[in-house]
Each structure stands twice: as C-alpha cells, then as structure tokens.
Write a new protein. Structure first.
Length: 250
C-alpha cells in the first residue's frame, strides 16, 4: 500500500515540508559518495533558509505546549492508561526542554565563514564546482569518514527541532482511525458538517497505479483518484478504487 498525506492547514503543511527535508538529509548523509554528501549539505542550507524566514522553533514549541495541555486534560478520563499518558507527557517535556535550551537554530553554521561562503555558492546553479570553489572540492575528496564526521557536527544543532517536529506529527498521525472505503468511479466525497481535521492520510494499492488528489474544509472531504498518461499528465479515472482513509486531528 502506498501512503499519501494531505495537510488541511498551512501549519501542518509547513511541518510536513520540513519533515521531508529532514528525511532527505538523513538519507543522503548515510551515503559514502561525495555526491550524496553534497545533497546533504544543500539540504542543510534549505533547512537554514526556512529557519531564517520563519520562527519555526517558536511554532514547534507552541505546538508541543498545545499537545501537552490536550493530553494533560485526558488524565481523569476513564479508559486512559496513566502510564502511557505519563510516558508521552515526559517525551513532550524532554523535547520542549531541548528545543527551549537552544538559541537560534543553526547559528553554528552561520558563524562558520567557510559554510557561509559555500551557502552562497550553492544557491548559484553550478556555483559549487571546482572552478568556483576549490576548497569545497578539497573537502569532497576527503575520506568518507572525515566528511561524515563534519556532517554529523553540522546536523547536530538541528536535532532538537527534528525531535520536536517528529513528535508533533507522530501524535497527529496516531490520532486518526483507519477505515476501508471505496471511491465510486474514482471519486469519494464525505460531508463533515463543520468538523475540522488537520491531516488526511490515504492508502491505496500500488498495483492500481493511481494516486489521490485531495481537498478538505470544514464542510467536505473530497478524494479523486487519477492515473498518469504516457506524458505523465494526470488523468481522472472512472473505475471504483478501494482505499483506506484516516482523518487526523488533535
């Protein structure tokens, strides 16, 4: 089954975008080739750009506090496992403490003159080539262990942000119950009557070679399945499509 997610507000959309960057960062940082590590460095600068443009740290801290308050209110509800609740609250507290203890995220990278110069070069198409920045080429031909050690050092300041963000999204994803549905003639619509969700998650069989196009507001959820033609252009389909749906909100 292939999973597709749709954010129902800009806050969740932003969190998913940053999560995507972290996933790419961690994947390529594990590689051994210098080309993999180049993508890791470029992705680090993408994260730094986002942190420069928005108060991502403050937004994550606010979300963690909101989650803590919501979970604390469940303590007296029947059927709530107090040990699991305390464990989750402790995890939130730890993530909050680590992120709160930080100053400006990635400041260590900004203070590194060589990285600051490289950041400007990478923003130029081809600007990080040997011709324009021989010192970067010199770093790229270092042994893999040396490059990996540098990457770990540069990634470390972003880890409190990642842990807080990952915890928020995990709680959100876990809040949705998965149901089996069928999109008749490729389309599914559900009236909500004013109920708001933050995230939709759709699973569809990979063998069907289709993907969902989703939208949602407080009145309706709309899922329409499409396939790609020979030019990869999306084309609506008219066959029934079985799928799984989770509506997430915390």
């Amino acid at each position: 089954m292939i999973l597709y997610e749709y954010p129902c507000n800009e806050r969740v959309r932003s969190l998913l975008r940053v999560e995507h960057l972290f996933d790419r960062l961690f994947f390529f940082a594990k590689g051994t080739d210098a080309h993999f590590h180049h993508i890791s460095v470029a992705t680090l600068f993408d994260l730094l750009d986002i942190c420069d443009r928005t108060d991502l740290r403050g937004a994550v801290l606010q979300d963690l506090e909101r989650q803590r308050n919501s979970l604390s209110a469940l303590r007296e509800h029947p059927g709530v496992d107090p040990r699991m609740l305390d464990s989750m609250l402790s995890e939130i507290q730890q993530a909050t403490a680590e992120l709160s203890a930080q100053g400006r995220i990635g400041q260590e990278l900004r203070d590194n003159d060589w990285l600051a110069s490289l950041r400007g070069r990478i923003a130029i198409p081809g600007g990080s080539s040997q011709v324009d920045m021989p010192s970067y080429f010199s770093w790229q031909i270092k042994p893999e262990e040396a490059r990996a050690s540098d990457l770990r050092k540069w990634i470390m300041p972003f880890m409190p942000l990642y842990k807080g963000l990952a915890l928020i999204l995990r709680l959100l994803r876990d809040s949705g119950d998965v149901v089996d549905l069928v999109a008749r003639e490729g389309a599914y619509q559900e009236m909500l009557g004013g109920k708001l969700f933050q995230l939709l998650r759709v699973w569809v069989d990979a063998a069907l070679n289709v993907f969902p196009e989703m939208s949602a507001n407080k009145y309706v959820i709309w899922v329409r399945f499409a396939a790609q033609d020979q030019d990869l252009k999306p084309q609506a389909i008219s066959t029934d499509v079985p799928f799984k749906l989770a509506r997430c909100n915390v």
